[in-house]
Structure formats: structure tokens, C-alpha cells
Design a protein around this ligand. Structure first.
Ligand code: GLN
Length: 190
């Protein structure tokens, strides 16, 4: 099985390293031809407006939408989560390219400018009793999940920061920046 990591911009190298540690065959995806060789795709954190623009110019937007709708497992972390979301409540740039595959609403830069990065231990029941050390970098949050989506993690104040909808996974934080590979392993089971 080839797992693709979208490698247009952002934190793709860290995802690649973690997948390799799990013994997975990883392909950096920058072109439709590379995308055609993978069975799963991770969309990394970075800058969602930039990644969106590059998705459009690289010709990847259409094929990712198509295969995502057809059931391909896709995981978006942070900016990747914003790109997966059907709706963006705040900070959507006019004409911003979206995959819009997952029935969630994402709020960009939900944690403000001063405290725009933080780390916290998060309860994620689907991963087991051990908390997950979550790194938030100018992170979005999930304002709404659709009826088919399942909330996987919330902050103590109730904000939703991880969700799953069948074959689609969204995390507002960066599991690839920790030594904990449980989210990567969960993704490989979708
Ligand atoms: N703030 C970024 C955006 O809106 C996301 C940050 C990240 O991916 N770490 O795209």
C-alpha cells in the first residue's frame, strides 16, 4: 500500500518520517501522476490558502475531490483540515480553493494571535486511555460536525479539535510533531 503525503507546502516531511517509522511506503504527492499511485492521502499543516492555490494550479484539486468522494481515506491536519472542510466560518479568502469533502465547519486561526500556538494533553477516547500530546500552531477549530461525523476530541472548554467521518479524518493539531504515532495508525485503519 502506498500512502501519499501532499507535498506542496507545509509540514509534509514530518508526516513522511512518522509513516516510514511505521513501515509504510510513502509517496510525496505534487502531481496528478504521483497521486494516481497512492491509496491514501495526508494533507499536512501549513497555510491553507497557499496549499489551496497550489492544489488548483497543480491539477490535483479535481482528482483528490473525485477520489475522496469515492471513498479514499484522507486525513487533514491543521491547514489540511481547513481544506477538507465543507465550510469555513472565518478567514476564508475570496476564491480560496477548497476540497470541501468533509461535512464539518472549520474556523481558521480560532485561537487568536497572541496565544496562537500552544500544547496540551488531550483526551482522545478512540486512541485509548492515554492522553495525546497535541501541538496547536495557529490552529483552526471545528465549529460544527455534520450528522455523519463523529467528534474524536474536544478541549476542556468544549471546542472540537478532531473528528472522523467514515474514511475522512480531521485534526486541528499536529500529531506528526510528536513521537506518538497513534493517529497515524488510526488513519491506516480507515
Ligand atoms: N493558520 C493556518 C491556516 O489558516 C493553519 C496553520 C497550520 O496548519 N499549522 O491555514
Amino acid at each position: 500500500m502506498n500512502v501519499g503525503v501532499l507535498a506542496l507546502q507545509g509540514a509534509f516531511v514530518e508526516h513522511e518520517a512518522m509513516l516510514r517509522r511505521l513501515g509504510v511506503n510513502v509517496v510525496q504527492v505534487r502531481t496528478p501522476a504521483e497521486f494516481a499511485t497512492v491509496e491514501r492521502l495526508i494533507i499536512p499543516g501549513g497555510e491553507s490558502t497557499v496549499i489551496g492555490q497550489l492544489l488548483a494550479t497543480s491539477g490535483l484539486l479535481e482528482p483528490i475531490c473525485e477520489r475522496g468522494r469515492a471513498g479514499m481515506p484522507i486525513w487533514g491536519t491543521c491547514a489540511g483540515m481547513i481544506l477538507l472542510a465543507r465550510e469555513i466560518t472565518e478567514g476564508r479568502k475570496a476564491g480560496q480553493a477548497q476540497l470541501g469533502l468533509m461535512d464539518i465547519t472549520a474556523r481558521r486561526n480560532a485561537f487568536g494571535r497572541q496565544i496562537d500556538s500552544f500544547e496540551t494533553d488531550l483526551a482522545v477516547p478512540v486512541l485509548g486511555p492515554e492522553p495525546f500530546h497535541a501541538v496547536f500552531i495557529r490552529a483552526p477549530q471545528i465549529d460544527r460536525v455534520g450528522p455523519a461525523a463523529e467528534v474524536l476530541a474536544t478541549l476542556p472548554d468544549g471546542r472540537i479539535v478532531a473528528a472522523r467521518e467514515g474514511h475522512l479524518l480531521a485534526t486541528a493539531f499536529h500529531p506528526e510533531l510528536t513521537g506518538d504515532d497513534r493517529f497515524h495508525r488510526l488513519f491506516l485503519t480507515l
